[in-house]
Every structure is written in C-alpha cells, then in structure tokens.
Design a protein around this ligand. Structure first.
Ligand code: ADP
Ligand code: SF4
Length: 670
C-alpha cells in the first residue's frame, strides 16, 4: 500500500460523527480532492461502553454502523487517497451518558470528564471482551473499506493509554505494575488487529510520547521512548504526538509551528516503519526541513487541513501564496468541545460541503454579475468581497482606516496573536490578484457618499464597538456609577495602546465577555508594567477558552505576570478612585483601588451608516440602489469566525431570491 504523497490528514473531530455521516463523508472527500494522500476519520467508538455522548464522534458499535463509514471511504477513495479510521475505546474518559454502560478502566477511580461517575475496573473477562470488541470493530472497519486502521493510545482519552499510565493503572495482575505488564494490553491489541485485518489493511499506532507532566506522566525520554522501542516494528505506521489534547493542539498564542518536534523526533531513529507527526505545519519550507532532517516521513495535519483542504494541491502546483494558513485559534477545536459541527476562522466552508453545498475552492459564477460596494475591510468585508469577486462581480471595498483588516489588524498586534493577521493577509492578497476589485483605504463613507456612487448592491461590514456602560452578561442595564470612573474599552487600548491608561495606580480589567480578549489585554498591560487586577463574575479567567484548550495556560500566564485575579465578582459602585465589586453569590462587597477601569463586557454594532441609509431609503431608487445589507459584526457582533462566515454567506447568496434551506440528515437513514 502506498500513499500518493506525504500529506497525511491525521484523525481529527468534525462534530459531524455518527449523527451527520453524509456531511462528514463530503468533508473528508473534499480533503482527498485537495490532495491529502491519507484522510482519517475522527475517533471511532468501538463499543457502547465507549460512548462519548453528547460529543458526536464516529461509531462502529455494530454492523449497522458500517454503511455510514462506507460513505467516508467511498468519498475519500474517489480522489485516490487512502482512508484511515481511528478506532477508540475511551476507557475512563467517557461517562457513557447515552448507553448507560459502566465506564471501564484498569483500576478504581473517577472518570476524567466531569461526571460524578466511577470506573468499573476491568477483570480478565472484561479485558478479553474488550480485545474482542476491538477486533470486531477492526473487521467492520475493513468491511467499510478503510485502508489504515488505528490502534490508539493518546490524548488521555483512551483505554489503551490508561493501561499504559501508572497513575491510572494500579493493577497487581499481569496487566499492571511493571512496564511490560502495563504495555501488555497495547501489544496484544496491536497483534489482534494485525491478525484480524492485517492481510489487506495497514495497522497504525497513534501514541502520545509525552504528556508534558514531567515525572507525573509519560515522557519522551523515559517510558514514551521505551514503548516505541518495545513495539518498534509491530505497527505498519507510527503516528506520534503529545497528550492531552491541550498539548497536542496548542494554539498559536502559546506555541510556534513545529512545537512537537523536540518530543517526537526520536521515533524515527528507533523504527524502520513510516512515522507521521503534527505541529500545525503550514509552511512548505518547514515541511521539507522536517522530512530532510529525518524527523518524520509524513507531514501530519489536522488544523492546517481544516483551514485549507487544498493545501497539498497548492504546494504541488507551486501556488504557495494561495495557501490559506491556519491561524492556530482553535475555534475548530472549540466547536467539537461545545458539541457542534466544525467551524473554522479561516475556512468558512468547512462542515458546509454537504449541507450547504459549499466547496472551499469553487464558487459558482453569478448569473447576472452586478457591482457591489463593501463598506468595511475587516474579516466580514474582505471575505464577502473575495467571494463576490470570484463570482464575477465588480467589487469596490472602502475602509475608513489606513490599514486593512479591521479588528483582526488591531488584535493581531496583541501578545501571541500575530498569526491572526493571516485572516487579513490571505484575503487581501487574493483580492489584489483580481482585476475586478478596487480597494480604497482612508475612505470613511457617509450615506450621501453611497447614494452618489449609484452602485446597486451595498454590504455594510462596518464592525462593532465595545460598550463602555458595563452591559454584558452579568449587568443587563447600563451602570450609571461608571460615569465618574476613568472607563476605557478594548477599542481605546487597541487603537492607542497602553498610554491611555493612567500610570498613577492600579488598572482594573473587568471581564464579562469571558473569551480571550480581556486576558490578552491583561497580558499586554501587565507586560507594560502596570499593576493589574482582573475582575470577572466567572469562576475562572476566560472560561470559554476551556473550549479552545487555552484556559489553564491563560490563567497560569496571568498569575506568572503578577495579575491579581478576582473571580466571581461583579461591578457594584465607584467613588473617588475606589471600585466596589460584589460577590456574585453573597453580594459581599470588596473595595479595589482603581485608576483606570477597562471594561471588556459586550459590543454594539457600528451601524450608524445603516441607520442613515435606512432613513434615506426613499432615495435609493433614484440612486440605483437595489439592496443594502449588513454583514459580520455590523449585523451582530461575534467572533472572527462568525464574521468570515457571514461575509462568505453573503457572497454565496448574492443573486438568490430566497436563501436555500440547509440539508438535514438528523432524521435521515443512511
Ligand atoms: P467585521 O469583524 O464584521 O469584519 P471589523 O470591525 O473587523 O468588522 O471591521 C470593520 C471595518 O469597517 C473597520 O476596518 C472600519 O474601519 C470600517 N468602517 C466602519 N465604518 C466605516 C465607514 N463609514 N466607512 C468605511 N469604513 C468603515
Ligand atoms: Fe486553524 Fe483556527 Fe481554523 Fe482551527 S479554526 S483550523 S485553529 S484557523
């Protein structure tokens, strides 16, 4: 068996799993079409005792699950790629919320998700049964048409890894205690799988070689190394990475491209089998270096393949500038953690290939190409402009600012967020290549300007501004006492820097937005030497970034920077340099000295232009205006991925009288 190239889409979740198999099949097929030599599924549960509900992974519980996965293999094979399936038993990672079976593990203990559930330690009969389930699932995988079948021990999410780790495995029989004993089940399952399907399928092993826990966990220079050494020639392919998921899928805020190399590079020196590894590889130069240095044989990618499913073809065709590089924001990961179909900041078409019929590279020409004016060159405006221009429209984009990118330009100057600038850079470069696009900076447009231009279709992508009245999740009315405080918003710091803060005393950052921005601003302000207090009604800093796998790193970083964190407190009053904050449970008040109060609460659309144009709607006909629409944050403030999606959707639906319904498969049978 041979791959057509070295581009290997390693297993990654899509949130499409067993509930949306057609959508998943189309997504995977699109990757194969884009040139990935191997395309893998997400983790695929082998048995009802490995039930990760409400998360939506793939399943091979029984033969009824085969047709859904056959859709995937057919779709992948259609483009000449190999199809891989990552079999999983979640062990103590799953609470079996749907199947209500007892979670299984090597020894007594709690499940490592939040449910108040303990494990049933596996006796020898359970172990025999598990081996049979795994074997049966491998046979089903073969029947479904997979070329590569994984035996998976990683991410702190699999039974096989739980047996390997002495902190979970406290057994005293032949499956516990010594290294060889803890390795036994893994070795047996690899052999079982080879015996069951090794005649036609390759058996891959996915192993986390380091957990970044030091002596408390597996490390690449101790047992991580020893496992590879002990099993070196057993599998047909090694797929090696870091565990848990927060270490494997680190964001660009916390790591650079190739961040796993120092942990995984040793593997190739031990085995003659092909080795695949990941590290948010998007740069062809880095990929070549990694292969030439003999660190990997195959370039593994999950996120780079989501951001640009056509990355391999673009490299093959020498179209390097066309690669839409992953920005390392983990919105894709967050989608899975929040149990929803995949989303991506860079690629608005991901997950929409089947239900909306969106292709990442092709967009149908407009039946009647008209002219469009896009007001605002942030993520929404640039994406809309690109989609429309590719459909053949004449497109003018005007932005009041002296740089492109809107919020992305400003936020990418914050600590750790430089890669986010790629949202702007890729779109701008693509627009600059097209003859039917005109781009104007320093062009603040008024309603009268727009009426004068006589352009038939207008999209307002004028963004949003942060509120300065405290309105957010906790306070749903403006707070009058803030009038006397030195209140600032993220817009002030993003446009003017930390010089807007009073240097006489402490800065209080009040975060009721609960995602990344307040924490990044805290980092910036603390690094500038200010005394920073971080107040939030939430129990932790940036709670939603648990979904992007960043929360604990963020809280740690703020602690290390000396930021004083005041969780579970809301705004209560302000007088003469003293901010009163009240406990969200007891109402107990604390007084905090505060010379500058930076509110990160919620935003309002910047839609003055929309209101002015609406007031003049009687003049539209004379001005030849047919439609005025709002897109992105100007319509409803959201994350950058939502703005890009909104811009893309606008371009796709241009010229349509009614928006087509999305196809649903919730109730469909395969
Ligand atoms: P989104 O995330 O929806 O794309 P952004 O806030 O990132 O929104 O971008 C909005 C852009 O719109 C900013 O670059 C801003 O300068 C621009 N803008 C706002 N009002 C006007 C206007 N009246 N004329 C031209 N550009 C405008
Ligand atoms: Fe990369 Fe962000 Fe897209 Fe995920 S959501 S693939 S991290 S750009």
């Amino acid at each position: 068996m041979q791959t057509q190239n070295r581009f290997y889409q390693v297993p990654h979740c899509t949130g499409l799993g067993h509930r949306y198999p057609r959508a998943d099949a189309q997504l995977r097929g699109t990757k194969a079409e884009g040139g990935w030599g191997v395309v893998s599924t997400q983790e695929t549960e082998i048995h009802p005792s490995s039930d990760i509900t409400p998360s939506n992974q793939a399943r091979l519980w029984d033969d009824n699950d085969i047709p859904a996965l056959q859709l995937v293999t057919d779709s992948v094979h259609q483009h000449g790629a190999l199809a891989a399936v990552q079999l999983v038993h979640g062990g103590l990672h799953v609470a079996n919320r749907y199947s209500r079976q007892l979670p299984l593990g090597p020894s007594h203990g709690s499940v490592n998700c939040d449910d108040p559930v303990q494990i049933k330690p596996m006796d020898l009969a359970d172990i025999r049964a598990f081996r049979q389930w795994h074997k049966d699932a491998a046979v089903r995988a073969k029947q479904a048409g997979f070329d590569i079948v994984y035996v998976y021990a990683g991410h702190n999410m699999t039974l096989l890894q739980h047996f390997l780790l002495s902190r979970y495995n406290k057994r005293t029989d032949e499956y516990g205690g010594s290294f060889e004993n803890r390795l036994r089940l893994f070795r047996e399952v690899i052999t079982d799988t080879k015996d069951a399907i090794g005649d036609t399928c390759a058996v891959a092993v996915r192993l986390a070689v380091d957990e970044l826990l030091g002596e408390r966990g597996l490390t690449h220079n101790a047992e991580g190394h020893d496992i590879v050494e002990a099993l070196a020639e057993e599998p047909d392919l090694w797929d090696v990475n870091l565990s848990g998921w927060e270490n494997d899928s680190q964001t660009s805020r916390y790591s650079e491209e190739g961040f796993q190399e120092s942990y995984t590079a040793f593997v190739k020196s031990i085995t003659s089998k092909p080795v695949v590894g990941v590290g948010r590889y998007t740069s062809p130069d880095t990929m070549v270096r990694v292969i030439k240095q003999g660190q990997l044989d195959l370039i593994g990618a999950a996120r780079p393949s989501i951001a640009d499913p056509f990355l391999p073809n673009k490299i093959d065709e020498g179209r390097i500038e066309d690669i839409r590089e992953c920005i390392g924001c983990n919105i894709c990961v967050a989608s899975d953690n929040a149990c929803m179909p995949i989303r991506c900041t860079q690629n608005p078409t991901i997950g929409e290939e089947w239900r909306r019929g969106w292709h990442p590279e092709y967009i149908p020409a407009l039946r009647d190409p008209a002219s469009y004016l896009i007001v605002g060159g942030g993520p929404a405006g640039l994406e809309a402009a690109l989609g429309l221009a590719r459909r053949g429209a004449q497109v003018i984009v005007a932005d009041a600012a002296s740089e492109w990118g809107g919020r992305v330009a400003r936020e990418s100057r914050l600590p750790g967020l430089a890669a986010w600038g790629r949202v702007r850079d890729w779109r701008l470069f693509q627009l600059q290549q097209l003859p039917n696009v005109e781009l104007y900076l320093d062009s603040r447009l008024s309603a009268d300007d727009i009426l004068e231009y006589k352009i038939p279709d207008i999209a307002l992508a004028s963004g949003a501004i942060w509120r300065n009245d405290g309105h957010g999740r906790q306070h749903t009315e403006p707070l009058a006492f803030l009038d006397t405080a030195n209140v600032l918003t993220p817009d002030d710091v993003l446009t003017k820097g930390t010089s807007v803060l009073s240097s006489d005393g402490p800065v209080v950052i009040y975060d009721d937005d609960r995602f990344y921005l307040a924490s990044v601003l805290a980092e910036l302000i603390a690094q500038a030497g200010f005394d920073v207090q971080f107040v939030t009604p939430a129990p932790v800093v940036s709670p939603w970034s648990i979904n992007t796998l960043e929360q604990s790193r963020t809280q740690k970083r703020l602690i290390e920077l000396g930021v004083k964190i005041v969780p579970l407190y809301a705004l209560h009053g302000f007088q003469q340099g003293i901010l009163d904050v009240a406990c969200v449970y007891s109402g107990q008040v604390r007084k905090l000295p505060c010379n500058s109060l930076l509110l990160v609460t919620s935003r309002l659309p910047q839609d003055t232009l929309w209101q002015e144009l609406s007031a003049k709607s009687n003049n539209w006909q004379d001005a030849g205006i047919q439609s005025v629409s709002r897109i992105g944050d100007c319509l409803a403030p959201g994350i950058i991925a939502d703005a890009v999606f909104s811009g893309h959707q606008f371009a796709r639906l241009a010229g349509e009288v009614t928006a087509p319904l999305i196809k649903r498969e919730d109730f469909a049978r395969v």
